[in-house]
Design a binder for this molecule. Structure first.
Ligand SMILES: *Cc1c(COP(=O)(O)O)cnc(C)c1O
Length: 376
C-alpha cells in the first residue's frame, strides 16, 4: 500500500499540527497582535517611540520571565544565534574558550572560535550524541561555552559555573531552544543567549542575550580595545543600541511583536515556572508513551538528561521513521522528522510551551495509528 494514502481519523488529530523544533508553532494570538498593529506599528520607523517601546517591552518581559538580578541587561541584534556566535568571537571571548560539544549546534560555536585568527585554539570537551559532557575548570579559559538544550539530539543539561574556573572567566550558554521552556539559575551564568523562533514561538533572524554585569564589563572592555571587528558584529555597538531600546540596523518589527506577545502570554500565565511545567507535562506524555511501546525508545538513555522541550524517539528498524513522518505530514501533523545529520531512525518532537500537552497526547495516538496502518 502507498503510505501517503493513509488517512488518520479527525477524532485523533491534534488541534494544532505543528511540532517542529524551530521554526516552531506560532500561536494565533501572536499573529493577531501583528494584525492589531497593522497600521500603527507595522511599517513605522524603528527609531521612533512606538517601536522603541516595543523593544523596551521585550527587554522588560525577558527580565521578568528570567527573574534577572539587578544589573543584568538584555542585549539584542539582528542575525539569530549563528550570527551571535560570530559576534562573540569578536566581542566576548578574550583569548581562549572551552566548549562542551555534544551535537551539531554545540559544535558550531567551537568551530567559529577555532577559525578566529585572533583567538587561541579553543578547548573542546566532547561527549557522544545522546549524552553531554561536564565543564572542566582549567587555567587560561576565559569563557565557558555551554548549551542548555542540544536541539539536534534532545539532550538538556543544567547550566553550571565550573568550580575552580579563573576569576573573571564567564559562562556563556546557548539557550536557543531552551530559553523560556527550561529552568536556569542566573547565579550560574553570565550570558544566556537565544533566538525567538523556538520557545518564544516567533520568527528567526534576531539574537537576544541576557548579560550579567561581568558579561557587559567584558563586552565594554573588549570594545574599548583595538581588536578589529565588523560594526554589525560589534557587541559594544549592540549594547549601546540595546540600552536605548534599539538595534544597530533595522529589525523585523513583526518578529518583535510576536516575541512580545509570547512574553506577555508566558508572564501572564505564571512565568518561567508555568512554562517549564507545561513542557514537563508534554515530556512526561511523550517519553511515557515511548517507554510503553515495544517499538519506540527515547534516544537519550539517562532520563535526567532528556529534554522536556525537544523529544527524540528512536523507532525499531522494522518501522521507517521517515515514512511515519511523511504520513503524519500528509495528515497535517508537521515537522516530526529527526535531525538529518544525526542519521538515526528517529522522530523528533518540539514540546515548547506554545505546544499544548493535549496535542502531544494526540500526536502519540496518531503515531500509533500510522504504525498500525503500515503494519496492516
Ligand atoms: C536553532 C538553534 C541554533 C541556531 O539558531 P539560528 O537562529 O538559526 O542561528 C543554535 N543553537 C541551538 C541550540 C539551536 O537550537
Amino acid at each position: 500500500m502507498d503510505p501517503q494514502t493513509i488517512r488518520l481519523p479527525d477524532s485523533i488529530l491534534p488541534a494544532d499540527g505543528r511540532f517542529g523544533c524551530g521554526p516552531s508553532k506560532v500561536r494565533a494570538e501572536q499573529i493577531e497582535a501583528i494584525v492589531a498593529g497593522a497600521s500603527t506599528i507595522m511599517g513605522t520607523s524603528h527609531r521612533k517611540p512606538q517601536v522603541k517601546a516595543l523593544v523596551g517591552s521585550v527587554r522588560a518581559g525577558l527580565t521578568e520571565l528570567f527573574s534577572l538580578p539587578d544589573g543584568w541587561e538584555i542585549v539584542l541584534g539582528n542575525g539569530g544565534t549563528t550570527v551571535f556566535w560570530d559576534a562573540a568571537t569578536f566581542g566576548l571571548v578574550d583569548r581562549r574558550s572551552q566548549h562542551l560539544v555534544f551535537g551539531e549546534f554545540s559544535s558550531k560555536f567551537a568551530e567559529a572560535c577555532a577559525a578566529a585568527p585572533h583567538l587561541d585554539r579553543p578547548d573542546v570537551v566532547e561527549s557522544p550524541t545522546g549524552d553531554h559532557p561536564a565543564p572542566v575548570a582549567s587555567p587560561g579559559i576565559d569563557l565557558y561555552a555551554l548549551t542548555h538544550n542540544e536541539t539536534s539530539t534532545g539532550v538538556a543539561m543544567r547550566p553550571v559555573r565550573p568550580a575552580g574556573a579563573d576569576s573573571g572567566a564567564i559562562v556563556a550558554v546557548d539557550a536557543t531552544s531552551a530559553a523560556g521552556g527550561l529552568r536556569w539559575d542566573p547565579a550560574e551564568v553570565d550570558v544566556y543567549y537565544f533566538a525567538p523562533q523556538k520557545c518564544f514561538a516567533a520568527d528567526g533572524g534576531l539574537w537576544l542575550a541576557a548579560c550579567s554585569p561581568a558579561a557587559t564589563e567584558r563586552v565594554e572592555r573588549i570594545a574599548a580595545g583595538d581588536r578589529w571587528r565588523p560594526a554589525s558584529l560589534d557587541l559594544g555597538i549592540a549594547l549601546t543600541n540595546s540600552r536605548a531600546d534599539q538595534t544597530y540596523n533595522t529589525p523585523a518589527v513583526a518578529t518583535l511583536i510576536m516575541l512580545d506577545a509570547q512574553l506577555r502570554w508566558m508572564n501572564g500565565n505564571g512565568g518561567l515556572e508555568w512554562c517549564a511545567a507545561r513542557s514537563d507535562n508534554s515530556a512526561a506524555i511523550m517519553y511515557g508513551w515511548a517507554e510503553a511501546r515495544e517499538w519506540a525508545t527515547p534516544f537519550v538513555t539517562d532520563p535526567g538528561k532528556r529534554s522536556s522541550v525537544v523529544a527524540t524517539i528512536d523507532l525499531d528498524d522494522s518501522i521507517d521513521a521517515n515514512t511515519v513522518s511523511a504520513v503524519l505530514r500528509a495528515n497535517g501533523v508537521l515537522d516530526t522528522d529527526s535531525y538529518r545529520k544525526l542519521g538515526r531512525n528517529q522522530l523528533r518532537v518540539g514540546m515548547f510551551p506554545a505546544i499544548d500537552p493535549a496535542d502531544v497526547h494526540a500526536l502519540t495516538q496518531c503515531i500509533d495509528a500510522v504504525v498500525e496502518s503500515l503494519a496492516a
